[in-house]
Structure formats: C-alpha cells, structure tokens
Design a protein around this ligand. Structure first.
Ligand code: AGP
Length: 592
C-alpha cells in the first residue's frame, strides 16, 4: 500500500519526512519521493527503490523548507519507474500531490484534462489530481481541493502543497486511511500512525469525506461541503514497534483483520466496470490454472466458479508439475497464473513454458510490475496491499474476489451475483467479530500432532488451505482431503488422537458432509466444524463449532477460510512460534 507523510512546522521538513517514510516501509513499496516548498518554489526528489536511495540523493542538500509531503509508492497504475513515483505536479510546477488508493475514473479525467491542453506525463491516476487542483485554483487551496474531489471516484487519500500558499498542507481522506498528528508549533499528516510516533502521540484520524487544512500553528478539519468540524484528538497507546503492526501482535493477524478492507478494495476494482480483458475465456477450449501453495488453492475454488458460469473446462495444475509435463498445450488454451508475489519461480516458468507453446497467459497478481505481471499477455490485480506475513491470508481471499468477479462476468445474472459479492466484506467483518471464540476452540487442539481437514465441492480447497495454514506456521502435520475420499483410505487415520476439521456450510453437498462427520465420530475422532449460524444439526454433531453467517452457496469460501486462518494463527501463537517468519519458509520462492 502507498504511504503518505506531511509536515508543516518550525523545523526543517525534510528530515521529518524521511523519518516518517522509513516508518511506513513495512507497508511495502517500490519507490519513494518528497516535495518541499524551498524559497517559494517546489523542490521535488523521487527515486525508485528503497528510501535509502532517496536519502542518498537528498543528503547534504541544505534545504530550509519547513513544509513538505512525502510518499512511498505501491504501484497500482503504471509501471515502477521514477516518472510514476510520487509526488506528482501540475504543468506549471505550482502544486504537488501524493496519493494513496485508486482513482477509478482517472482515464476519463485524463482525457478531459488533455482536451484542455494539459500535458499528462505519467502513467498514474494520481497526476490527474494535481492537474485538477491547479485548474480549480482561484486563490484558495482548500476551495480548489473541495471542488476537485467532487470529480474523483474511487477510494483514495491525498495531500497537496502549493507555492501559492506555502505555509500549509491540504489533505483529503476518502476510503484510504489518513491521520493528523498534533504537535507544538508543528503538525503532521500520515497514512498510518507509525509515521507519527517519533513526533507525537496526539492524533486525529480523519473519516471518509473529511478535508484538513494543516499549518504550523493549527489544524482545521472540514466536511466535503467545506463546513468546519470539531474533532477530538486521541492519545495513541501504542509503542512504536507494535504500531507498525497497527497494534496487532503479528503481521499475519493484522492481515487477517485487514480482509474486509482489502476485499472491498479488490471488489471495487472490478465491479465498477466490465471486464476489459481483450478476450473471452470462451474463445478457448480450456483454461489451465497454474499456481503454488495458497494461490493453487484459490485456483481450485476458481475452477468451480469458471466452469459454472463461463462454461469452459478448467484444469488446475501445480506449477512445478506443469512445467515438465508433456501436456498437449497450444493456442486454444489460456493459462491463468495466480501468484500474489508475481515472482514465484515455479509459477512463472511453467506459465512461460505454456506461453511458448502458443497459449495465452493471463495472470492474477498482487504486485504490479512483478515479473509475472510483466511477462503476461494480460494481468488482473488483487488490491490487498503488501502481505508481510509468510502465510498468505488476505491475498487468498483477494484472489477469490478476482476469480469470482471474472467468472460471473459471463453470467446473465451478473447484477444479482455482484450484489451478493458486495456483501462479503461486511460478512467477513462479522466472522472476525468471533475471533475470541475461535481462539478458545483453537487452544483446545494446540497439543495434537496430526489433524485432518475435510470439505466437499467449494469447501474442499478451503480444507486444503486450512491444512496448509496449520502446518506452515504451527508445524503440526495436517492434511486436507475431499471428504468423499475418506472411505478410500484417510479414515484409517481417525482415532481420538487425530481431530478432524470439517468445512460444512449448508450447500448442495451438506447432507453428504454430515455422513462423513458421523463416520469420523464413530471412530472416536473429535470434530471441529465450520458451518452456518443456526445450524443446530451440525452443532449437535461437532465437538466444537464455529458458525459463520449464511451466504449464497457460491460465496462460502470467503467466509469459511477466515476461521481456518485464525485457527492456525492462534495455535501457532500459543505454541510461541515465529508466526510471521515460520522456519524453512520464505514469503516468495524465487527459485525452483
Ligand atoms: C502460503 O501461505 C505460502 N506462503 C505459500 O504456499 C505461497 O502461497 C506460495 O509460495 C505461492 O506464492 P505466490 O502466491 O506469491 O506465488
């Protein structure tokens, strides 16, 4: 996710900005930059790569500026290069903007601006904001911003400075977080609290639609109509380190709890327009999904949806297997490569080997500008922001959101299905609200050495994902299986020492799942269930039950995957293991 910092005060701004940006590094980024008002003109410096590159390039410059803004960029629009790094300015270099989020209507804004002879230099959506404010400016920066935001669509936060009014920053929050820091004779703005902590613990989190006029001697906050608001500052209880995790003990837990927002961001990125993929899946005889680990599990879920709605056969293959197989692949095939990092060697090389045989390559990635993104014929992006925990969580559900949006784009009933999808972030929030109950249940099973995860149909990949989560962070042996397979071998594993986790929403295979649960119970196996709220029959059967809101049967994986994430997390945390950096694992496997 991009990071924003801003300072208006009595000290040189540059050092404050660089320190603030360093404290936002955990968010992940690919470039960084600053803009300051130095002797009445805009000083801009931006660099691709880490903040230390930016520091190297500005070190030694005797900048006296006491007002400035800074940015770390997590590319959403436009490749990773200096031109696309923030801050962005208008053509006359009088306004500088840093932005976090997505301006969904930037293409039409860009065309409108170009018709007004504006020279649009970058590939970003952000640059449109700088031009818009410059065009609206008639002597009052706050007014120009209030007018400009009326033309913006999407989820965003931005900050702007101008040589026209050199002692202030005007910033807006609309869908992406922004926090004001209150100092003595100095004030701050940032995307997240960690950037403020070296300077102040007194903060005012902005709400959506609020605009702040921030100066060294004071802060005024307005609503989007320009009405002055009265907002209380709060004292942040966090120490600097925990704040980087937003107050969570581990990045993994933070990322699990980010899912309502990251799902909302990803879904918004797709429902607002029809697919602009320059081909239809129906142009091909077969879809081959290739991925590893959690991304592979997302692909297995996507298979059900794509076959149901696009009516095209889908093979889901482990990337490491596809590359060396003699599968007959050619122009009639489309490869969907799923990879949150976009750098996984197995996935990249197998996808490229298929592309070399004539297949079309579509990728679903979380990192724009990643190798796989650049090597694909076309990419679809998850908007989950950087995932720091090695165990994938928010990127998994974001991948599901992209796959489902892709699948239902072929349905006659797309409107209704989209309405259902839009409810998912709120329903995931509801599942997260019983996290303490899930922890209570999880700790009862922390002592076991083996676990079985069972599911059918859409819940089978969730069973695989639950087993992967448990084994990779708690080192407990766990296997995921299609429940229908129990009688063909795995049931030999069942006894009182091997509990079974069953994913059992009320879908078309519910009755079959109940029979499988009975088979486990008959052999003294303990059963932890995930099912719909109010399912008394399932509650009766299971030793422990985690209930989630009932939802359209297509969408159960969004809700049932959250309990298996939390179940694994709480066990690993209870066992005192390194949840974010499990042994032997890397976040991205860039070697075969
Ligand atoms: C999942 O929790 C693991 N981190 C791992 O299986 C991961 O999903 C796999 O390495 C694929 O990574 P990618 O999505 O970046 O390609």
């Amino acid at each position: 996710m991009c990071g924003i910092v801003g300072y208006a005060g009595k000290n040189p701004a540059l050092l404050v900005l660089l320190q603030g940006l360093e404290r936002l590094e955990y968010r992940g980024y690919d470039s960084a930059g600053v803009a300051l008002i130095e002797n009445g003109t805009l000083f801009i410096e931006k660099k691709v790569g880490k903040i230390r590159e930016l520091i190297r390039s500005v070190w030694g410059k005797e900048l006296k500026a006491t007002v400035g803004i800074g940015h770390t960029r997590w590319a959403t629009h436009g490749e990773v290069c200096e031109l696309n790094a923030h801050p962005h300015t208008d053509n006359r270099g009088e306004f500088a903007v840093v932005h976090n989020g997505i301006i969904e209507n930037y293409r039409e804004l860009k065309e409108e601006l170009q018709r007004l002879d504006v020279e649009y230099r970058s590939q970003t959506d952000t640059e449109a904001i700088a031009h818009l404010i410059a065009l609206n400016y008639q002597g009052d920066l706050l007014e120009a911003v209030l007018k400009g935001i009326k033309k913006l669509k999407g989820a965003y936060a931005f900050a702007v400075i101008s040589v026209k009014e050199p002692n202030k920053i005007v910033a807006v929050r609309y869908g992406s977080p922004l926090v004001v820091g209150i100092g003595r004779g100095e004030n701050f703005i940032a995307s997240d609290i960690p950037a403020l902590l070296p300077f102040t613990r007194k903060v005012i989190p902005l709400d959506d639609g609020e605009v702040v006029d921030l100066r060294p001697d004071g802060v005024h906050i307005y609503d989007s109509e320009g009405n002055l608001l009265v907002k209380e500052a709060i004292d942040v209880p966090w120490d600097a380190i925990s704040a980087e995790k937003g107050g969570f003990k581990h990045f993994m837990l933070k990322e699990i709890f980010e899912q309502p927002r990251t799902l909302g961001d990803t879904i918004r990125g797709y429902i607002s327009r029809d697919y602009h993929i320059p081909f239809s899946l129906r142009d091909f005889r077969r879809v081959i999904v290739v991925a590893c680990g959690t991304s592979y599990h997302a692909g297995l879920v996507g298979k059900y949806w794509i076959e149901k709605y696009a009516r095209v056969p889908v093979d889901v293959v482990y990337a490491s297997e596809l590359r060396y197989s003699d599968a007959p692949i050619g122009e009639k095939d489309i490869i969907i490569a799923i990879s949150q990092s976009g750098e996984t060697a197995d996935t990249r090389f197998s996808a490229l080997s298929a592309k070399d045989k004539g297949a079309t390559l579509l990728s679903i990635v979380n990192v724009i500008g990643s190798a796989l993104d650049r090597e694909s014929d076309y990419s679809l992006y998850t908007h989950a922001g950087p995932e720091i925990g090695v165990a994938a969580t928010k990127t998994f559900t974001a991948q599901l959101a992209v796959l489902y949006s892709l699948a239902i784009s072929y349905s006659e009933d797309k409107e209704r299905l989209t309405e259902n999808l839009l409810k998912i972030p709120g329903l995931v929030e509801e599942v997260l609200s019983i996290a303490d109950r899930i922890r209570e249940i999880a700790l009862k099973y922390a002592g076991y050495k083996n676990m079985l995860y069972l599911g059918r149909h859409l819940s089978y990949p969730v069973a695989l994902e639950g087993a992967l989560k448990l084994k990779e962070i708690s080192y407990i042996h766990a296997e995921g299986y299609p429940a229908g397979e129990m009688k063909h071998g795995p049931i030999a594993l069942i006894d009182e020492k091997t509990p079974t986790f069953v994913i059992c929403p009320k879908d078309k295979v519910y009755e079959k799942m109940l029979s499988n649960i009975e088979e486990v119970l008959a052999r003294k196996g303990k059963v932890i269930g995930v099912g719909f709220q109010g399912d008394s029959e399932l509650r009766e059967l299971c030793n422990d039950l985690i209930d989630v809101p009932s939802v359209h049967e297509d969408l159960t994986p969004f809700l049932t995957s959250v309990p298996v994430q939390l179940f694994a997390y709480y066990i690993a945390d209870y066992l005192g293991l390194d949840v974010d950096q499990p042994r032997n694992l890397a976040k991205t496997v860039t070697v075969e």
